[in-house]
Design a protein around this ligand. Structure first.
Ligand code: GSH
Length: 190
């Protein structure tokens, strides 16, 4: 997100294996004690999708987020929220073998979620067509994560979309920073 934004930022390493995320200092930032958390002056934002929406509105309105009066904003917000509230949960439900009634669950069936995403990406290259937005970073991040852990089967369009996302210079810069941290700290990638 921050690489796509192009604003200066500082990464802070939190050693979860050492339980640093469970300390009071981090708990004060996010009562859930989870990562990531963004600090921007006095503003603290947790929840990945909320961080993306915040950053795009605050620093890239009209570029990575459609302006408030832009008709594309509806679709944009829809995909930003679809990621944590529908796609992520449906993949988790499927891979964990949850028993539930799709009509009673807000995220419905995994099959319908995947088909909806396939349809949305058919025209491409991005969720809003030619326009790349923070919705692609948010939902695209979930897609790539789920594919990596075999929690999502790549349909034709989803697979190509994930590859396109991986080719973005901002994504590659972020990946290089992550790889350097992994190397520097002798971590293994899950
Ligand atoms: N709903 C959160 C989930 C974040 C999340 O799952 N974070 C994991 C790391 S990827 C975490 O902090 N796990 C530590 C723990 O739960 O103890 C979001 O969307 O940001």
């Amino acid at each position: 997100m921050l690489e796509e934004l192009g604003e200066p930022y500082e990464l802070r390493y939190v050693d979860m294996q050492a339980g640093e995320h469970l300390r009071d200092e981090h708990r004060a930032r996010n009562r859930m004690m989870k990562l990531p958390v963004l600090e921007d002056g006095e503003t603290i934002v947790s929840e990945t999708a909320a961080i993306g929406v915040y950053l795009a509105d605050r620093y890239a309105l009209g570029r990575l987020a459609p302006a408030l009066d832009d008709p594309a904003r509806g679709a944009y917000l829809r995909w930003c929220f679809y990621s944590p509230s529908v796609l992520e949960i449906a993949c988790m439900a499927k891979s964990s073998g949850w028993k539930y009634s799709p009509g009673q669950a807000g995220f419905g069936s995994y099959e319908n979620v995947v088909a909806t995403l396939e349809d949305a990406l058919a025209a491409g290259p991005w969720l809003l067509g030619e326009r790349f937005t923070m919705a692609d970073v948010i939902l695209g991040g979930t897609v790539r994560w789920m594919l990596r852990f075999d929690m999502l089967e790549p349909g034709e369009h989803i697979g190509e979309y994930a590859e396109r996302l991986g080719e973005r210079p901002a994504n590659q810069r972020a990946q290089a920073k992550n790889d350097a941290i992994v190397q520097e700290r002798g971590l293994t990638r899950g």
